[in-house]
Design a protein around this ligand. Structure first.
Ligand code: ADP
Ligand code: ZN
Length: 437
């Protein structure tokens, strides 16, 4: 793909784009209904004639597809081509049930890598860059997704995969790696590890971070940027829709541009399912237009965000999605109050004495959350062995959380480095069952 072509693709005139979307939707609906056992049944059951779907105007007649639907279709119930046409299979981690299986045809692998290439170009990556992929290679879409996208763009790819931090750092230095692909948590951990091994992270050649797979708060971004001396961009994607390559940031860092010629985004009220206008916060629903092997229509991502229609300073006309404030299945309901981990993170980042390393412990008794504990590490500067000071800090954090959440959780301050570090996505919420007293 020529960079020039990519440039044109993100600068659609809006009418032209709407036309492409209408055509894309019709095509996706027809393909799904003709070839996917799941959608054939869904349309039959709801008495809906696929030929009646005329693009956006009546698109909301189609029922949503949920994670549960995809799990029930395990392993091949969503596959819309004969299996011999599937060239690769990826799957979600499956920690909360059967994994979701995604099969890709040759055409899928082709448009997917082009989509990822566009996200990389958007972040400022060029053919001259040396990109280290520190996402896991395997069933997870992140590693292979970024690998082929970067190759398509023409960058030099170092397919390191995750883990083995010490060797990652040594090669990153020797290879003069300029782009780091990882989760934000791992980028931060690597900076810490580098310092621990006696490196100065600022002496590395990293200039761009392509981070994704989990939320990255502004405080965390600043910390990563400061430690590595790079521009940290975030990008968004999910296995169910394709993998990475759905939305990404330009260097203006003002939300993630959705590749709207490839996906139709909707925001809905997660309770009523009503479609909400641009600017309103709700659950993101996505329909990819070109997916051949494993089509999905109106997929409820569970991710909470909003769409921004205003033109970006970079000139791209495609809409942006805001940073994800939470996953609807991450919502914690405690004593009748709804809380997203990101709300807690935002409060914590207001305290310079604590680091972005935190964990929420849900103490449960027979499946009911009885108590929320926020464990957070002190920064080396914030660390003290004076009990009185720690107690005062705990109190201030608790008060601040109470005014944001109307709930004052238990705060546990930890020494720097006590929480487990991850080479993939950080585990923010931990459930602990306690005996009835
Ligand atoms: P899972 O984590 O569900 O096993 P995936 O690896 O496909 O499956 O991850 C997709 C999910 O990761 C998204 O639905 C979203 O919740 C999260 N995610 C991906 N990119 C981002 C991002 N940039 N910001 C916040 N969350 C993200
Ligand atoms: Zn932009």
């Amino acid at each position: 793909m020529k960079l020039q072509e990519q440039h044109l693709k993100d600068h659609w005139n809006r009418e032209e784009l709407e036309e492409i979307q209408a055509k894309g939707l019709k095509k996706a609906v027809r393909h799904a209904c003709a070839n996917s056992p799941f959608y054939r049944q869904l349309f039959e059951k709801s008495g809906l004639d696929p030929e009646r779907i005329e693009g956006k105007a009546n698109y909301n007649l189609i029922p949503f597809t949920t994670k549960k639907d995809l799990r029930q279709a395990y392993p091949y119930g969503m596959t819309a081509v004969p299996l011999e046409k599937i060239l690769r299979i990826h799957a979600s981690s499956g920690t909360t049930g059967k994994p979701i299986v995604a099969g890709y045809t040759r055409a899928d692998l082709n448009w997917w890598s082009e989509a990822v290439a566009r996200i990389c170009v958007m972040a400022g990556v060029t053919v001259k860059d040396i990109a280290q992929v520190s996402f896991g290679y395997g069933l997870f879409t992140g590693g292979f997704g970024l690998h082929y996208g970067l190759e398509r763009l023409g960058a030099t790819v170092v397919p390191f995969s995750s883990g083995n931090t010490e060797r990652q750092l040594a090669l990153m230095k020797d290879f003069k790696t300029t782009v780091l692909v990882s989760t934000p948590s791992f980028a931060l951990y690597m900076a810490e590890a580098a310092a621990g091994l006696g490196y100065d992270p600022l002496e590395f050649k990293l200039r761009i971070g392509l981070f994704g797979g989990e939320p990255c708060s502004e405080a965390m971004r600043e910390e990563i940027e400061g430690k590595w001396g790079l521009t940290a961009t975030v990008n968004y994607g999910l296995t169910e829709v394709v993998g990475p390559g759905v939305a990404g940031e330009c260097p203006h860092k003002a939300g993630m541009h959705i590749l709207e010629d490839l996906y139709y985004p909707e925001i809905i009220d997660p309770n009523s399912g009503t479609v909400l206008p641009d600017g309103a916060t709700g659950e993101l629903v996505l329909t990819p237009f070109l997916k051949e092997g494993f089509p999905v229509l109106r997929y409820r991502t569970g991710d909470i965000t909003r769409l921004k229609a205003e033109k970006c300073s970079c000139g791209r006309t495609i809409r942006r999605m805001d940073y994800i404030t939470g996953r609807s299945d991450d919502m914690i309901i405690i004593k009748g109050v709804n809380i997203f981990p990101s709300q807690i993170e935002e409060v914590l980042t207001g305290f310079k004495e604590v680091s972005p390393h935190y964990q929420l412990i849900l103490h449960k008794t027979r499946d009911t959350i009885k108590d929320l504990e926020v464990q957070v590490e002190l920064t080396p500067e914030g660390f003290t062995d004076r009990y009185k000071e720690l107690e005062a800090l705990e109190r201030r954090i608790k008060q601040s959380l109470r005014s944001t959440l109307s709930l004052g959780p238990r705060i546990t301050l930890l020494e720097p480095g006590s929480l487990e570090r991850t080479t993939g996505k950080a585990r923010r919420v931990v459930e602990k069952e306690k005996e009835d007293l």
